[in-house]
Design a protein around this ligand. Structure first.
Ligand SMILES: O=P(O)(O)O[C@H]1O[C@H](CO)[C@@H](O)[C@H]1O
Length: 296
């Protein structure tokens, strides 16, 4: 089902052209806000914002904690576009639709994509409220063929067989660690491997144990398809997981996770995540090698 739907270059371009006709902002950085992290858009100055329902070709957000707005604005000298709400495979979107905005961002001239998410921790050292810089991911749906790049390849965006080693930029990961130290939040910061599962069910104990044994540090139901699409079309990627819960790994443990508690941790840590992302954007170098005119 997921591999059959194809979106043509023209369709992405139409959406990009519509957005460029509605705003003067030409973003260099795109941010995708995870569950409960929509406040990342609040720091943008001179905002132009568009409900997804007004944007031609855009899917709709259906998940609580994902407002469904695209916000353009300026942040510390960089022009940004921020998705207040992402699309998940479990909402019934095809993977092409789930990742639709990423190629639109490329056509808008974006160079760097910042992905954020809420995730459950499997690693013993990761506590709720901690922040994990994503070093790498395991794309479980992708491993069994549910990949947004399945189907005919569009060479205008990237190659048939894109490498995914190094898809989370090392320079940005180092910069984020340095910033965390300077902000006095290094104690909350970790680096690790994120795994995407299909959802919408949270993990069984047996699944949690399996993921833990496989070396996964944190698990969620998003991000990997966006990063695959971004890497394919040459965007630089930085990823952050806010750890919102410990995944239950013991049959003796009576805790259980729910989406409201996931959102609550987002609210509690919003300021710290905001500071980190703002500083990162402020200090990152932009190469300006993807202006809208020569984008793809
Ligand atoms: O990955 P984000 O969108 O942050 O959301 C995470 O939180 C939701 C579950 O509470 C799931 O959608 C999971 O993927």
């Amino acid at each position: 089902m997921h591999s059959k739907e194809q979106i043509s270059h023209d369709e992405y371009q139409k959406t990009a052209d519509w957005l460029m006709s509605q705003t003067k902002h030409r973003p260099q950085v795109a941010i995708i806000c995870g569950s409960g992290l929509g406040m990342l858009a609040d720091t943008l100055k001179c905002q132009d914002s568009f409900p997804y329902s007004d944007i031609p070709g855009f899917p709709q957000s259906t998940v609580k904690g994902h407002a469904g707005r695209l916000v353009f604005g300026e942040l510390k000298g960089k022009t940004c576009v921020c998705m207040q709400g992402r699309f998940h495979m479990y909402e019934g979107h095809s993977l092409c639709k789930t990742t639709f905005p990423v190629r639109v961002f490329k056509l808008l001239g974006v160079e760097t994509l910042i992905v954020t998410n809420a995730a459950g921790s499997l690693a013993d050292g990761l506590q709720p409220g901690d922040i994990m810089i994503i070093k790498d991911h395991v794309n479980f749906p992708g491993l069994v063929g549910l990949n947004p790049l399945s189907g005919p390849n569009d060479e205008k965006f990237g190659p048939r067989f894109p490498a995914m080693s190094g898809c989370y930029d090392k320079g940005l990961r180092c910069l984020a660690k340095e910033i965390a130290k300077q902000l006095g939040v290094a104690g909350l910061m970790h680096e690790g491997v994120y795994a995407m599962v299909g959802g919408p069910t949270f993990e069984t104990i047996a699944e949690a144990r399996l993921l833990h044994r496989l070396g996964v540090d944190a698990v969620g139901m998003s991000t990997a398809p966006e990063v695959v699409m971004a890497t394919h079309c040459g965007l630089r990627v930085f990823g952050l997981s806010l750890i919102t819960n410990k995944v239950v790994k013991s049959y003796e443990d009576s805790d259980s996770v729910n989406h409201d508690s996931v959102l609550e941790v987002g609210r509690l840590r919003s300021q710290t995540v905001q500071q980190l992302v703002t500083e990162l954007i402020s200090r990152m170098e932009i190469n300006n090698n993807n202006t809208p005119n020569n984008a793809v």
